[in-house]
Design a protein. Structure first.
Length: 529
């Protein structure tokens, strides 16, 4: 019974946006509502300004001390909300993609002036393909921006979504008067005071009443009436099922900085957002309310404090109850493990917990047993699917720059790859090691961390690779496959799991290879397990 009740009151989600749209600010306001923090400025931005490595190091260092920023949990109206942090910087997009495998829904933040930006497009595409329910929050209404209707058109076209507004702005920028809450049918007037009592909303059950004219002026009232009529005619009526199936995305407007429109978003969110969802494993679909515990690792965080070298593996609980000190099966290693000090995360602290429920994230201390994608169960042999590895975009040979420290280098590379910082490939031809990353920044990060955490030194050498593709053949004994292996020998490598990978040096080569060897399938995404 407790299990069902606890599942019913959990909402685990991520906030995605292009950097600067207001993700950190919105997160902070949500935490303020939950009483999880007392003042603004408590949530550290995970922003990497100008792509500097030092920024990244600083953020990581802070996290090492307080990893709590990776997961922020709070209670609001007896609902347990878990916000999973997603880095906005594009070089860390892969980390964000992986975190998206652990959320049950997302909120997309869009800057009203900038509209749909590059990172938003990429991240929303991943959510759309996975049918993750999405709510859109259009932010910075206190500034001049695009017309609300135009912006919703842009969202539909660029992001491939079907939207319906659940709140609507009255004016914008200097002329911003407030928000009409279509969901609750009331008006919230904008005063620019972030501390304004949120109970100040005014019920407007009849839009034609003169009360609306008195509140916002006759002109604005008439415009609003026309706009709402247009909305009714143009946009589909909100339907919770369509939203949960990923087919309809409600839109809210507001200003996170002014804490305006955020309560509307949160109140609707706890009502409509999904409780922990079932998850597909390689053998079956696992439901959250099953008695036996199961979960998977979606993130590994190194402790940047040199005095404490252990890592923290973040597990999303999919089913059953997780209990402290109970033996669980680490499926890949076929080994039972017990955890004496599992962590739960709150806004400003982490705590050792005895039990945790589906939707929750627990942090387990790890001395190198976990890889991203690993599954824990009570004994069942199954692996969760869907923690992907993407084709890297940058490639370099990695060399040992201090022959006395080759063991340290090997260990360091091994562990950094388990964390998902980058991918390691070994060339078939000569055994040379190649590092592939999603962003150029990672090379510096790897070099820095190898030196500071493992005492090893590395150097890089450029390598011209356009794309790395995972190779799959319908028939490994076929003449075509043998020919492929022979002709492409110089461009073949194995990834860390021993999967065959083909390095194409240009788009042209890739196309030619696909044409010449139609039965050899080249994939741009692989799964960790
Ligand atoms: P991010 O996490 O998505 O990268 O964005 P973040 O919340 O850090 O917000 C980016 C900038 O936009 C910040 O200003 C923030 O204060 C501002 N901002 C967020 N919400 C609103 C809003 O509703 N209205 C207005 N006008 N601005 C908003 P900054 O100058 O870059 O940073 P800071 O020095 O103020 O922290």
């Amino acid at each position: 019974m407790t299990l069902i009740k606890e599942i019913g009151r959990r909402r685990t989600f991520g906030i995605i946006s292009h950097p600067d749209a207001g993700k950190t600010t919105l997160t902070e306001k949500l935490l303020l509502f939950g009483g999880a923090i007392q003042e603004a400025g408590a949530v550290k931005s995970n922003k990497i300004k100008k792509g500097a490595t030092s920024d990244f190091m600083e953020i990581e260092r802070q996290r090492g001390i307080s990893v709590a920023t990776s997961v922020l949990a709070f209670e609001y109206q007896n609902i347990k909300i878990n916000i999973l942090d997603t880095p906005g910087h594009k070089d860390f997009a892969e980390d964000t993609f992986r975190t998206l495998t652990a959320v049950d829904s997302v909120i997309v933040v869009i800057d009203v002036a900038k509209g749909v930006e590059e990172q938003t497009e990429k991240l929303v595409e991943v959510c759309r393909m996975r049918k993750i329910p999405m709510i859109v929050f259009i932010n910075k209404l206190d500034r001049e921006g695009k017309d609300a209707f135009e912006l919703m058109d842009e969202i539909e076209q660029k992001l491939g979504l079907t939207v319906t507004p659940l709140s609507f702005p009255i004016g914008m920028g200097y002329d911003f008067k407030g928000i009409y809450n279509i969901w609750e049918k009331n008006v919230n007037l904008f005063t620019g005071d972030p501390k304004k009592d949120i109970e100040d909303t005014i019920e407007i059950s009849n839009l034609n009443s003169s009360e609306l004219d008195q509140l916002i002026g006759e002109k604005s009232a008439n415009i609003l009436r026309e706009e709402l009529e247009l909305i009714q005619g143009v946009y589909p009526e909100f339907d919770k099922e369509s939203y949960l199936e990923g087919n309809l995305q409600p839109v809210f407007f507001g200003s996170a900085l002014n804490n305006f429109g955020v309560r509307e978003l949160l109140d609707c969110f706890i009502e409509i957002a999904p409780t922990p969802r079932p998850k597909e494993s390689d053998t079956r679909l696992v439901k959250p309310n099953e008695k036996e515990f199961s979960g998977f690792v979606f993130k590994i965080h190194a402790n940047m404090d040199p005095k404490h070298r252990d890592r923290l593996a973040f597990i999303k609980i999919v089913s059953g109850v997780f209990e402290r000190n109970k033996p669980y099966l680490h499926v890949r290693n076929n080994k039972k493990m017990k955890f004496s000090s599992p962590n739960a995360f709150f806004a400003e602290r982490k705590e050792i917990i005895d039990t945790s429920y589906p939707g929750d994230i627990v942090g387990l201390h790890d001395t190198g047993n976990f890889k991203i994608g690993d599954t824990l169960t009570e004994g069942e042999l199954m692996n969760y699917k869907g923690v992907p590895s993407f084709s890297p975009e940058y490639f370099r040979y990695i060399n040992n720059a201090d022959p006395m420290k080759s063991k340290q280098l090997e260990k360091g590379i091994d562990q950094l790859m388990d964390e998902g910082v980058a991918q390691l490939f070994t060339l078939e031809m000569n055994g040379r090691k190649v590092i592939g990353t999603v962003g150029a920044l990672q090379f510096e990060v790897i070099q820095y961390r190898l030196e500071h955490e493992y005492g090893a030194k590395c150097s890089y050498e450029n390598l011209n690779v356009y794309k790395a593709c995972w190779v799959e053949s319908e028939d490994n004994k076929s003449e075509e496959f043998k020919e492929f292996l022979r002709v492409k020998n110089k461009f073949l490598a194995k990834d860390k799991r021993g999967q065959l990978v083909f390095f194409a040096d240009s788009q042209f080569t890739l196309q030619m290879t696909q044409q010449k060897f139609p039965k050899v399938k080249l994939h741009f995404v692989s799964e960790f397990n």
